[in-house]
Design a protein around this ligand. Structure first.
Ligand code: HEM
Length: 261
């Protein structure tokens, strides 16, 4: 972690509060950023109902600045995913070697960012959607099952268990989703390519699973964060109800879009 220690703000907090404190905060901030992006992403996908509108929107986001921002999104995604994986590993398998694990998180994040950037620059790769998503689904479900079998009999609430199980599923599916969508430009940015792919029942099922699982995971994350910081129980319950309502609304919109497109 030597190079991070040389950044003044980080080294100050590392010395006074310790690395686990910094990592926990980064995890939270990245989680919140991802919730904001998720809502925006689902909203953008609504324009698929009018292919010319979708293509125009994507053309607008094709400017260099947005392409850089799109790549930069990989940083919170992969950091939250890798660090979430680290936490799940602790909780499920009681593996604990903080220094080695944090080093893995940082290097895996850098490697993933470089891979995604290279794919975005090359932009000519391809793979059969069915083959790619079948492989990822098997890996995601296997990991989720492995975690479920470890934590199922613990004392934690079922909601907490589902958040860890969904985290394990997302650990494979989310980085895979980002890589897949940037194999070439048409994959995610041309309405006809997206619509054609989404006609397959298998792809519809994978997409629906992603929508439902992410919204549950993110919703539980928001509610548990509020529990940590809000003293008033009334406020906590009111805001939790609001989060559940918003997530349900996005789930209905996302599932309807996937089925009827
Ligand atoms: C990609 C794989 C992912 C994994 C492995 C993962 C894992 C985790 C874990 C283990 C926690 C609990 C942290 C704690 O209690 O200290 C968590 C919290 C959270 N996650 Fe994820 N997550 C992933 C993706 C996502 C996505 C895509 C979103 C949003 C769209 C998201 C939003 C959140 C939020 C808001 C929290 C609460 C913040 C916190 O407790 O630190 N996560 N995640």
């Amino acid at each position: 972690m030597g190079f991070l220690d040389r950044i003044p703000v980080i080294s100050l907090y590392a010395d006074t509060r310790g690395w686990p404190f910094i990592i926990a905060w980064l995890h939270r901030i990245c989680g919140l950023l991802l919730v904001g992006y998720l809502w925006f992403h689902l909203y953008t996908l609504l324009s698929l109902s009018s292919p010319p509108r979708y293509d125009a929107t994507m053309k607008f986001y094709g400017f260099l600045l947005f392409r850089i921002l799109e790549w930069a999104l990989a940083i919170p995604v992969i950091f939250h995913a890798a660090n979430g994986g680290r936490l799940i590993l602790y909780e499920s398998f009681e593996t604990r070697d903080d220094v080695a694990m944090i080093r893995w998180v940082v290097w895996l994040s850098i490697l993933y960012g470089a891979l995604l950037g290279a794919l975005m620059l090359i932009g000519t790769q391809n793979v059969t959607a069915l083959f790619f998503w079948l492989a990822m689904l098997v890996a995601g479900l296997a990991l989720a099952y492995g975690v479920a079998s470890k934590i199922w009999t613990t004392e934690n609430s079922p909601f907490w268990k589902f958040q860890r199980i969904t985290g394990a599923y997302l650990l494979i599916l989310i980085p895979a989703h980002m890589l897949f969508m940037h194999l070439n430009y048409a994959m995610a940015h041309e309405a006809n390519t997206v619509l054609m792919r989404m006609q397959g029942h298998f792809i519809k099922a994978v997409d629906i699973s992603l929508v439902v699982v992410i919204l549950y995971h993110a919703g539980y994350g928001l509610v548990s964060l509020m529990g940590d910081y809000l003293a008033s129980q009334t406020l906590r319950i009111g805001l939790a109800a609001l989060v559940i309502l918003v997530m349900l609304l996005f789930a209905v919109v996302g599932v309807k879009l996937t089925i009827f497109i």
